[in-house]
Ligand binder design. Sequence first.
Ligand code: DOR
Ligand code: ZN
Length: 477
Amino acid sequence: MDVTADLVINNGTVVAAESTMNASVAIKDGVVLAVGAADAMPRARETLDANGLHLLPGAIDDHVHFRDPGYPQKEDFASGTIAAAFGGVTTVFDMPNTLPTVEDAATLAAKQAMAAEKAHVDYGLYAVLGESSIARVPELIAGGVIGFKLYMGNTFGRIPTPSTGAMLEAFEAVAPTGKRISLHAETNSVMERREAKLRQAGRIEPLAHLDSRPEVVAIEAVSRAAILAEWTGARAHVLHISSAGELRPLAEAKARGVDITGETCPHYLMLSTDDYARCGGIIRVNPPVREARNREPLWAALIDGTIDVIATDHAPHSREEKTRNDIWTVDCGFAGVETQMPLMLTEIARGRASICDYVRWSAANPARLWGLYPRKGVIQAGADADIAVVDLNRRWVVKDAEAHSIAKVTPWDGRQVQGLPVHTIVRGRFVVKDRALQAGTRGWGRSVHEIQNMPAPAPVNLDQTTTAILSSGARCQ
Ligand code: DOR
Ligand code: ZN
């Protein structure tokens, strides 16, 4: 080849969702130029010897809360994206429960400007889809959202939960745009009644939180969301699947051809009610970590494709906010963007699944379902050079104190893991090299909303939407 690459990585094992291959990777101008034999690579300004290391497509974490603007004591967009880079994550989608809530064009524009200035990795921004933003769907898409977040249940930020009626109208508004709606699928009215009664009864210990959000809360919400997605043709994504019971309505909707996808997180796969005594309030998260019997079905659903994606719900809070005595006053969630890859790779090393499976869940599938594939989610010629260079043999112990997130309090502290991202490359540039943050990478991250490679929107029942019925006038008897 007659070009000079910016970087050639030699001697590594390149992992894709289907196969692994010993190969060199040449990178130029932020994209992969070639993958192949070392002697077929062009000259390079810089080379990296990846002997003994694996090259994974950078993880795409489609569910993080970076708290910016609004809660700087918990996290900001710089600290969150640095934590991501140290975790081998090269793209994040940030949730809209920041302050002010992202539900109008002006707030979105301000957040876009903030993120562009601070991000060390690529990102997408969500907007809230609720009663007050239904009419703003076009302006939010014009403002560059990656997708919408609909809160069927309350959580941090107390974003109002739309009624089923408002939810249907919201799905009707989004369906023709082809954008995907991510669902916090827990039914609020059930949880509110339970929590009030548990509080009245004086229950304040960590397991009272689980009792207020039993599995049926999620099963009912997933079922209802799937019906509305099917009725309208809106694309839906079920966030943080925590229970075995949610899998049936999800799998059945998929079998009917509904464009609905699912996500779970390491804490639902690896923790259980057995961890509540050890962690106390630190384990409080929505949806809650559940009984151990849910874990095997969740793993099986990942393997059979019912669940598509691994994400983290990275939800940083301060130690004080996580360690209050009364569980109802403890903030929900914990950091995760930096530990997802090592935790999952540890399970891969134990033989749970293959490294290709992991790449499918962490990179290829999220890229596909958000319309980023094949620009992202795969290491091949023409793709963005987003690469986690990983030592699959490195054993180490997670220490919250060493986290790059501002929030240094998680259920993972002290956990033995195997697998460490050594270098993280975002669009051809080292953001982390030899476990050190590289200078000048603040502001390198870009919004990915313009990469859209989705099938055409497929709205249905268009003659029965609220708008259609109103505009068709009075019916003849
Ligand atoms: O536990 C949670 N915390 N679950 C969510 O859905 C939101 C998150 C947060 O923003 O803190
Ligand atoms: Zn969340």
